[in-house]
Ligand binder design. Structure first.
Ligand SMILES: O=C(O)CCC(=O)C(=O)O
Ligand SMILES: [Fe+2]
Length: 328
């Protein structure tokens, strides 16, 4: 029987980003990420270059948004976003990952790539203009959020490069193989707020057990809170993933799992409820929604990112028929 891991690994990727690093130091980063992605599907990422001030600023904005009156949040509800663009505010109890559970307690504000309404793709699945709260000045809210978004895109690209370098040599694919996946990517960022749940109900989760749909997720957690757990199949255990100073939690999504035929693992995870409120920000680097490509290990079969994500959204928002019927 495998030993129960107490935590997922922490990996400092700074040697990869620093042009002065030796090849051996860069390779160490590749090896560590490879180990985490094949074993856990999760790791804590340090040395990413994003400042603590940026992190504090993002949480302050999130707190400011979720403190707006409910009517104001509902004015920019996802239901009001253009076509199937899925932008704006999602109230609690909307998404359900399992029929036998209650819907998730989380509430969410979703920001994606800013696609103007007159763009040919606007209104198609995950494409369109963002919805912004009118009572917060643009410079105080949308500018810093979009700046954070571009830092997340850069980090997502870096992570895909590292993952590309870790693929087995026998597959004969270029280490830049994920470049086409990273082109013009869908990048929904979900600012998440979990209200305190003083009464425990075993059917109630912040987010029920699920895997992420896209390529790579970059998660920022509020220090001093808890709730995130990842499933480790060899020991059939949930491993807690506590927030750690100056790190992001990185996890592999379904698409990279399928694309690599399960080599990089998209691990199940969940957020349990606690008696303390919690904020987190999940940046989903979904990737190029138009990508259709053969599975990388040459075993046959094709992956289609857009179809996969659409089907998973339908499955998990199925408990919210009004949203799903009008949106997907
Ligand atoms: O809030 C968290 O820690 C994780 C949220 C999550 O797993 C998700 O939104 O997919
Ligand atoms: Fe998730």
């Amino acid at each position: 029987m495998a030993e129960v891991p107490q935590q997922i690994p922490t990996i400092d990727i700074s040697a990869w980003v620093n042009p002065a690093s030796s090849e051996a130091d860069k390779q160490r980063v590749v090896d560590e990420v490879h180990h985490a992605a094949t074993t856990y599907g999760f790791f804590q990422c340090a040395g990413h270059g994003i400042t603590p001030e940026t992190r504090d600023q993002i949480f302050n904005l999130s707190k400011r948004f979720f403190s707006l009156p409910m009517e104001e949040r509902m004015e920019i509800s996802v239901k009001k976003s253009l076509g199937q663009s899925f932008r704006g505010y999602e109230p609690p109890f909307l998404q359900n990952h399992h029929k036998h559970l209650l819907p998730d307690t989380k509430e969410t504000f979703v920001v994606g790539a800013e696609i103007p309404a007159d763009h040919p793709d606007a209104g198609t699945f995950l494409n369109g203009p963002n919805l912004w709260p009118t009572s917060i000045p643009e410079d105080d809210f949308q500018k810093p959020l979009l700046s954070y978004q571009s830092q997340m895109v850069a980090l997502g690209n870096t992570l895909l490069k590292i993952l590309g370098h870790g693929l087995p040599k026998s597959w004969n694919c270029s280490p830049d193989v994920f470049d086409s996946l990273a082109e013009n990517p869908a990048i929904p960022m979900r600012m998440l707020h979990y209200a305190a749940q003083p009464v425990h109900d075993e059917k109630q989760f912040g987010v029920g057990a699920h895997t992420d749909f896209g390529s790579v997720t970059i998660l920022l957690q509020q220090l001093g809170t808890k709730g995130l757990e990842v499933w480790y199949p060899p020991t059939e255990t949930w491993i807690p993933v506590p927030p750690k100073e100056n790190t992001f939690v990185i996890n592999i999504g379904d698409f990279v799992d399928r694309y690599t035929n399960g080599y990089y693992r998209s691990a199940r995870h969940r957020v349990i409820t606690t008696d303390k409120e919690r904020y987190s920000v999940a940046f989903f680097f979904n990737g190029n929604m138009k990508l259709k490509a053969p599975v990388l290990d040459g075993s046959g079969g094709e992956v289609n990112l857009g179809d996969h994500i659409r089907q998973r959204a339908i499955a998990t928002y199925g408990a919210a028929p009004t949203l799903i019927e009008s949106k997907v």
